[in-house]
Design a protein around this ligand. Sequence first.
Ligand SMILES: NC(=O)c1ccc[n+]([C@@H]2O[C@H](COP(=O)([O-])OP(=O)(O)OC[C@H]3O[C@@H](n4cnc5c(N)ncnc54)[C@H](OP(=O)(O)O)[C@@H]3O)[C@@H](O)[C@H]2O)c1
Length: 315
Amino acid sequence: MSDVRWGFLGAGWLATQATAAAVHSASGAALEAVAARDPARAAALQPRRAYDSYRAVVDDPDVDAIYISLANDAHLPWILAAVSAGKHVLCEKPLVLSAAQARQAYEAADAAGVLLVEAVWSRWHPRIRRIVDLATRGDLGEVTSYLGTFTFPMELSDNYRFSEASGGGALYDVGIYPLHVLLACLPDGCALDVIAVECERGGLGVDLTTKAAVTWTTGRGSVVASFDMPESQRLVLDGTEGRVRIDDDQAFTSWREPSRLVVVDHVEEFPAVDAYQVMFEQVSARIRGEDVWVVPGAVSVRVAEVVDAIRALSA
Ligand SMILES: NC(=O)c1ccc[n+]([C@@H]2O[C@H](COP(=O)([O-])OP(=O)(O)OC[C@H]3O[C@@H](n4cnc5c(N)ncnc54)[C@H](OP(=O)(O)O)[C@@H]3O)[C@@H](O)[C@H]2O)c1
């Protein structure tokens, strides 16, 4: 079957450093069009066509699917524009800024009969897939505790990440990753309660650090997101039958390098992989109707609900 023809909205850091190259390398995908405010930046990604208007990509009849890597507050309006034009959508994390927006986005996609997927690239990494498989198959017993951290000292100061109105802040930017893994590891329908939040603010009101304590029927956990702490990404998940842990401090951003996972009493090795490329290959395959895994919309909605609960306690 023919390649899925992707149209990119935005040619910022991620599109330039990672995702355009991922589409060029992916099987079953082609970079048909890119739009950026500066069309030279769009053209530099080497699409078949470059535009200076996001709308032109959405309306391009030769584009099958839209990839959105705009600032976070622009995700919802462009998801709605793309699905109403009949395009499938892969949208960067955080998908949108609240659970209500997430439900609105999936309802619109369902009504249009198109696929909508949150581009949480680390969820396509085989090491993270393995953790989720171990937890959901019950190999670790009941999940009793979780620690997921993603912290680093943010050096940019004039970026949308420092604007509350643009959906900035550490929770939206990096807290999403450990939350996605935790929710994927818990049984469907398992309620997750946010019991305590510590929040340090800066910039234009955004959270520089958010620490959240959560509980579920069989356990408790902590998630830490920060732009203001030393670089560290930890993941430790305990079940009644054993522990999995990532000990290389790159739990969510392992990229094009081999990685390791400690599973109970042994180490599993994973070859180098570009999880962005895997993401585009699998979303493209799903668009073609193949039965492959993509991040489920239900998990994206649950993550947005937990983010809402954390933000309510940190207000
Ligand atoms: N950086 C990462 O490692 C990473 C990883 C995974 C996911 N993401 C997600 O990808 C998205 C973009 O991240 P990024 O790192 O690529 O950000 P970035 O370099 O700051 O790019 C922001 C994008 O927003 C667009 N934009 C449109 N109007 C804007 C305005 N008035 N002010 C600022 N930006 C405007 C820009 O579009 P133009 O190109 O048209 O100028 C640009 O493509 C975010 O949702 C982020 O959560 C980032």
